[in-house]
Design a protein around this ligand. Sequence first.
Ligand code: FAD
Length: 357
Amino acid sequence: MRKIAIIGCGINGIGCAIALAESGYDVHIFDKKKPFSETSAKSSKLLHGGIRYLENGHLNLVRESLQERAAWVKQMPDHTKINRFFIPVYQNLSRNIFILFAGVKLYEFLAGKFSLGKSKFHGRKNTLQLNKSLRSEGLIGSVSYVDVQMDDEAISSQLLAKAERMGVKIIDNTEVTNFDLAGKVETDSHSIKYDFIVNACGPWVKASLDKNKINTKYEIEHVRGSHIIVNKKISNPLVLQNPSDKRIIFMLPIKEGTLIGTTEIKHDLAKPIECSKAEQKYLIDNANNFIQEPLDAGNVISNYSGVRALVSQGEKNLSSINRDSAIELNGKLINVFGGKWTSGLSLGKKVANLIQN
Ligand SMILES: Cc1cc2nc3c(=O)[nH]c(=O)nc-3n(C[C@H](O)[C@H](O)[C@H](O)COP(=O)(O)OP(=O)(O)OC[C@H]3O[C@@H](n4cnc5c(N)ncnc54)[C@H](O)[C@@H]3O)c2cc1C
């Protein structure tokens, strides 16, 4: 049986492990920490097409992700929640309501037969009836669309259990110290030859290549995104547009309260991945533009940050970089860059196809 090593056990690594085990390979997956303890535990916990990527014209990515979203809901009905997301529109604060309505309708249209519900237009009164926490002053109305929140911890556990049942060997707390293009993988205690290696180290893919003096054709931008969790509840997910920088942040109801995120800041991987005071303030100030009862630092229960590895083509605006993944084959090594939680399983299938052909 052909042997494959996967380095990194986040959503991309486990997606590859499951697809390769299904194709009959003997799969070993290494993680230097616990599985799902890095970026894949630090997301906004959405299985989505990415409504905000429509503005950048990334229609294919959105369409593909909407199909993947539907597959998740079918596969994990107990750990996914279909919810209506509201984009409130205020005088002088927001994008035009008719353009936004066209945007949410396009989102529904791109989902096609995988649509999970209709996008809608709401007048001022109806918006406030459905979203009691919103500030009424200056509100024009809202538009809404349907998307999915997930219990990422529960889904991760199910995926790990599924991989183990399929015979995948999960080797945690074991750093891969070196690897090469001929299939050699080294840890502190072992050196093993594999038929293929999948480098799914998340934000550390590029650093691991540099360390092993292996080139890549891709330029990678590392961008930190932080979230805060506050102790106040809201009734529906809100999509808010910052009036000054036009960025979008989410306020998402979760069991502990409300999850607010995210920021986008270039990150040096040599530094700790942490939410700064400035990011926390940015998120609170942003939310306070839209809600009745202002939040302050005292409402924050916890925070977390993760780093995206974005495949860059020299874009100046970090928000406009495509969230699509890139897969690169070099000898017996396959590097996986970027991607989304939503696309982790289908990325695994693409990697398995590449190895088979
Ligand atoms: C702030 C933020 C919000 C996001 N929100 C969403 C969202 O709502 N929905 C969505 O679809 N996507 C979202 N994403 C994107 C998504 O979270 C990531 O694309 C995905 O989690 C990346 O998974 P990964 O497996 O590539 O990386 P990771 O989860 O980081 O996994 C990589 C693993 O590699 C291990 N590793 C590294 N080096 C080595 C080594 N040398 N040896 C062994 N192991 C090693 C690490 O310990 C880690 O566990 C978000 C990302 C961020 C940053």
